[in-house]
Every structure is written in structure tokens, then in C-alpha cells.
Design a protein around this ligand. Sequence first.
Ligand SMILES: Cc1cc2nc3c(=O)[nH]c(=O)nc-3n(C[C@H](O)[C@H](O)[C@H](O)COP(=O)(O)OP(=O)(O)OC[C@H]3O[C@@H](n4cnc5c(N)ncnc54)[C@H](O)[C@@H]3O)c2cc1C
Length: 464
Amino acid sequence: MPAASTSSISIPELRDHFDGRVTAPADPGYDQARKVFYGKWDRRPAAVIRPTSAAEVAQVVGLARDGGLELAVRSGGHSLAGHSASDGGIVLDLSAMTDLEVDRRSGTAWAQTGLTAGAYSKAVGADGLATGFGDTGSVGIGGLTLGGGVGFLVRKHGLTIDNLLAAELVTAAGRVLQVDDEHHPDLFWAIRGGGANFGVATRLRFRLHELPGIVGGMLLLPADAGVIEGFVAAATAAPEELSAIANIMVAPPMPFLPPEAHGKLILMALMAYAGDAAAGERALAPFRALAEPLADMLQPMPYAGLFEPAEDMEVTEESARSLFMDTVDAAAAANVVERLQASTAPMAVAQLRALGGAMARVPATATAFAHRDRRIMASVGAVYDQAADKPVHDAWADDFAAALRQGDPGVYVNFLADEGPGRVREAYPGTTWDRLVEVKRRWDPGNLFRRNQNIPPASEAYEK
Ligand SMILES: Cc1cc2nc3c(=O)[nH]c(=O)nc-3n(C[C@H](O)[C@H](O)[C@H](O)COP(=O)(O)OP(=O)(O)OC[C@H]3O[C@@H](n4cnc5c(N)ncnc54)[C@H](O)[C@@H]3O)c2cc1C
């Protein structure tokens, strides 16, 4: 393994060692190799290295640790806070690690963490199987799973971590461990919600569910306060087979919308009923009855069909805030309407996700994701082009989130932007934080894994 120092790494030696799977600033493919989902995280690493095995991952970890270099780990590159990008450090890019071993007999799959949610779902979906991830196919299973994973099967089968049976983890010391309920249970507890703080997950073993098809897709309704309140009430009261995500926004000129709806407030729902088609139609009826749909694309389809088309939009600047709620009453719904209409951004969205069901049945202390009793996850966001407009849109997002907030503060770590240590602390309420700090101290006392929503090992970490 080539030596590294704080000031330099030898790119030719690295190339030799990693068989050319190294991209450095002078290389033609550099801009593509350093690119992440959010264009604003325009960082320039010293090298992007694409390992192909856990042993190689351990070597990259050692290189960063011994050379004092910043280490950014990247699975799907969708970090809202830009954590899988680095200025001057090493990006450990897992995209070459996409093996998937399905064991039908045990109903489980070992997946390497370079896979995206869409690629995994498509592959296992060919056999009528599924594991729940999020709502977007291009998100990496690495970052999504380690933070929790809230998706279309959350009410039926729980969070992604509730279906995680084991992980292969490369620690800060460069050890390759299998962690599960029997082996290193402290680490296994911590990585289920504690994010990227404890090592590089190279493989994840998931439970697979038989899911020959779903009834779902997109439903577009004209939005007013009554429709918003009614939608959330129906989504929280629906059978657990149904998970629903409501995106409320001023309608852009989408091709499947009638022209008269453009510029008006709409509710774009993404829905999935994971079960029998006739029961699915019955479960979806209350949503269709809320208002005359502007477009109704709910239909029987394969689960993986929810992730098509797979192409990504370009997001430059975004001001987003996320929180948990317990109810969306008339006042909250009116607030959503008013705040969205007041935004001066080219695009402003409020997202409401109904939780509960299987996710809520897991005890709060069983994993590092502790917000098990919250009924609704809300996110507000403004998307715009100019970084100079950030203060205005940040203030809008802060005020909007404050107006919606109910009960204890709390946030889902994977929906945190770059919002400072106080907000990271809100992701881990009560004793969850203390336990995470203990695990961090034990396994990463030097805080090598700090390009993340960081849980510092230092004693100050105990202070709010
Ligand atoms: C368009 C969009 C839609 C989304 N929808 C959902 C959703 O429906 N449900 C949901 O739960 N979340 C959703 N998210 C949030 C998503 O879960 C997080 O952004 C997640 O961190 C992205 O994972 P990634 O691997 O793509 O990102 P990356 O940027 O690659 O990684 C995110 C963080 O995890 C670390 N990391 C990544 N892989 C590993 C690994 N193998 N080992 C250790 N650390 C690792 C990175 O260093 C970084 O700190 C969405 C995000 C976007 C941008």
C-alpha cells in the first residue's frame, strides 16, 4: 500500500495499487467522478478511489487514517449535506461494488453498498421479492439504510433497518467485521440509524418479502387546506399495506397535468398498496374521493415500477428542513397552503409522510432510530438556482418548519441538511445519543468517520 502524508498522496502509486480505479484532478473523468446529486456540493478531492472488495476498502480507510486525510464515503451520492464529497481528501466511491446474492430459501439477500435502491429493487423484483428503501431509485442503499430508511413499505414492513439482518463493516482500525445481533451487537445497534459514524458498510444483509405486485403510483389532486387535512387523515387511518407520500406544491407545467392546473396548488401523492389488487383499490378509494383528480396514475404494477423512470433531476440549491408531527389539523393544513404560496423560490414543496404500522411496533431503544411513535414526517423545501438567494429561502424554510412543529423536537437524520450539531442531536433523543457516543468512542475514537451527521467521540458530545 502506498504511503500517504497529510500534504501529499502519490497518485501513480495509488493507481498501481488499485489497478487504475483512481481518478485525480488532472484526469479527464475527474469532474464526473467527483459529482454528487446536489450540484452545490462542488468539491475537489485529491483522489476518488473505487475499491472492489472489503479488503480494498480497509486499505483506503488506512490510507486516510494514517495520512490524516479527510475521508468521504460515497454510496449513491445523495447526501443532503454533501457528506460524500470532499475538498482535498479522499472519496471512497463504492460504485464498483454492486454484487447481490439472493438466497430464496432463507428469504434474504446480501447486497454490496454500491447498489442503488432502484437497482436492488429491480433485481429482486424479478423474483417477486422486495425490501423497502425510499421513494427514489437513484439513492444509494448505503447512506439510506444506515440512517433508517423510510419508504413505500414502511407501514407494512417497517424501516429499512427493521429488515437489516447483518452488515459487513470496515472499522476505523481497518478491521473487516460481520455485525449482527450476535456479533458486535453494540455496532449493529448503532449502525441502524446512527448513520455513517462507525465504519464503512461494504455489504448489507436484508430480509426479503414476497411482493408479486402493488397497486400504486401517482395521484394528483387540486390542493386546498381541506384536501391536505383529509389526505393525511386518510393516510394515517389506511390499512398498513398502504404507504403514502403527499407532495404539495405550486404545479409546474408537467405534461400529464391539464394546462389550467399549472401554477395552482396541487397535491402530488406517491402511493403504494403492498397487497391484493382488489383490496388495494378499496384502500385507495378515499383518496380519490377527496377531490376530482387532476391525474390518476394509480394502477397495479411491479413494486420496482415505482422507481421508473430512473433519471435524476438536477438540483442546484435547496433550503430544506424536516421534522416530525403527530397530526395535520385544519390550522396546520392552512399553514401549508399559506407558506407555499408565500415562497419566492421557483419551486417550493411541503412533503407529508404517514408513518405508524410496523415501524411503530419496534421499541424505540431497539435501534438508533428512536422516533418510533411519531405519526407523520414533514419536510419543507425550496429549490432555486442562485446561492445568493440562500438567506431568503433558508429563512422561509426555518419559519415554515417552526410553524408546523409539534411536540418534542426531532428529525430523521437522512433528511438533515447541513444544519449544525444541535440538529444532529435532535435526531438522537434521550439515551440514544449517549449510547451512540459510547459506541463511537469505542470504535472510532479519532473520529475518522466525520464526513457525516457527526456523533463526536469527545466528552463535550454529552452537552447539548
Ligand atoms: C431525491 C432524494 C430522495 C430521497 N428519498 C428518501 C426516502 O424516500 N426515504 C429515505 O429514507 N431517505 C430518502 N432520501 C435521503 C437519503 O436516504 C439520504 O440522503 C442518504 O444519506 C443518501 O444515501 P446515499 O448513499 O445515496 O448518499 P451518500 O451521499 O453516498 O451517503 C450519505 C452519507 O452516508 C455515508 N455513507 C454512504 N454509504 C456508506 C457506507 N456504505 N458505509 C458508511 N457510510 C456510508 C456517506 O459518507 C454520507 O455521510 C432521499 C434523498 C434524496 C436526495
